[in-house]
Design a protein around this ligand. Structure first.
Ligand code: SF4
Ligand SMILES: [Zn+2]
Length: 387
């Protein structure tokens, strides 16, 4: 596999050389979480008999907090006026779990707690769409495959906002599909973890299956023993790579469960990540092993790092770079830049020669470039447009 000229120019520092600094800075105010009360479950038991399955436990269980300050970088609508917010609050105050009027009739629906993270819309676009600022069911699933995708979205939803009128008896089958293969043909061994966490603003987590060298969990899904057992069957987790400060969610629980080594850049260490095992210093790149390079891509935050998985030309970018469906092209989502737009553009420029074809972000949509020329052209276009 060819190595990018950017990497060839840099000095490769083995991870063993990084220090375990205890530097801790204030949590990001922009993404500060506001915990709210737990939501009532519509169904307390699905009647599987083996255990008491609450709606919450089926979704991954554990502590759930609601309504953080997250804003989907793709949000199109202006913020609501104060009077509109008050009116909505009054009308939904006691029934945030009620079915939104925008849903079509039928079993599946989205309630008012949706944080508009976009996950269900890319997981099951035939069922969910964006209507009046949140997701809604625009068409009920028509086929077994569509139903499976709708249930997968229900399980992945970070706020348990997707629900059904009747208990889904096939929910366990849907649970057993995670982690989800992304594209077995061009991306074998790379999975979508599912179970998005509201504590990472609904960001996507990935699982890279590498029986020989050790599996990697990229950013943190919501911790659930259901997913942990599935991952355990696939060999557990050796490394947990955290792209940046925003998408760390339940990292401590995953580390406790698998005894994995967590990796984050020291510039993105916060109070909740001060105990992470490995902290990257400087500007890298760093090498995990011959298959994996870590590339410093500052801009969205100072310590953003992308993971380059060379065997299948996949680049995991966190919130540095993604495909935007609204913009119909690549985007750096300037509206959610917490550090430096100019540095983020420089970091995109740095990726132009890197030999990747898959772009796998935390927020925004994934993208598969047709060719190296296509990647170069699209990245160059983005740099020109944003500069
Ligand atoms: S996954 Fe949940 S929170 Fe995200 S857009 Fe869909 S319903 Fe809303
Ligand atoms: Zn972020």
């Amino acid at each position: 596999m060819a190595t990018s000229s950017a990497i060839q120019r840099g000095s490769l520092a083995p991870l063993s050389s990084v220090t375990h600094t205890t530097a801790v800075v204030e949590e990001s105010r922009c993404f500060s979480a506001v915990a709210r009360k737990s939501k009532p479950a519509k169904f307390s038991n699905y009647g599987h008999g083996m255990q008491k399955l609450t709606f919450s436990s089926l979704l991954g269980g554990g502590q759930r907090s609601l309504g953080q300050g997250f804003r989907n970088p793709e949000q199109q609508e202006p913020r609501k006026a104060g009077s509109e917010i008050v009116a909505q609050a009054v009308s939904t105050r006691f029934n945030r779990k009620a079915r939104r009027a925008e849903n079509v009739e039928g079993d599946f629906f989205v309630d008012h707690t949706c944080i508009d993270c976009d996950t269900c819309r890319w997981m099951a676009p035939e069922t969910f769409s964006h209507l009046n600022g949140q997701s809604a069911v625009h068409r009920q699933p028509q086929t077994p495959d569509e139903r499976t995708r709708a249930l997968q979205a229900l399980l992945a939803c970070p706020t348990a906002s997707i629900r059904t009128e009747t208990p889904p008896k096939d929910i366990k089958d849907a649970q057993n599909t995670f982690p989800l293969a992304i594209d077995p043909e061009t991306l074998p061994g790379v999975y979508h973890s599912g179970y998005h966490s509201e504590n990472s603003y609904g960001a996507t987590s990935y699982f890279v299956h590498r029986p020989e060298r050790g599996n990697i969990l990229i950013d943190s899904p919501r911790f659930t023993e259901v997913l942990a057992k599935r991952i355990e069957q696939m060999g557990g987790v050796r490394y947990m790579f955290l792209t940046h400060q925003d998408d760390v969610a339940d990292h401590a629980k995953w580390a406790a469960r698998f005894g994995c080594e967590r990796i984050i850049h020291e510039d993105d260490v916060r109070s909740s990540t001060r105990d992470v095992e490995r902290k990257l210093e400087g500007s890298g790149p760093w090498t995990l092993d011959e298959e994996v390079e870590l590339i410093h891509t500052p801009g969205h935050t100072a310590g953003c790092v992308s993971l380059f998985y060379k065997p299948h030309k996949a680049l995991f970018t966190g919130d540095h770079l993604a495909y935007s469906r609204r913009q119909e092209g690549l985007s750096i989502f300037r509206g959610v830049n917490w550090y430096s737009v100019s540095k983020q553009i420089d970091s995109v420029r740095k990726l132009i020669p890197l030999d990747f074809l898959w772009l796998l972000p935390g927020h925004g949509r994934r993208y598969h470039f047709e060719s190296e020329a296509d990647r170069r052209e699209k990245l160059e276009e983005l740099v020109a447009q944003e500069s």
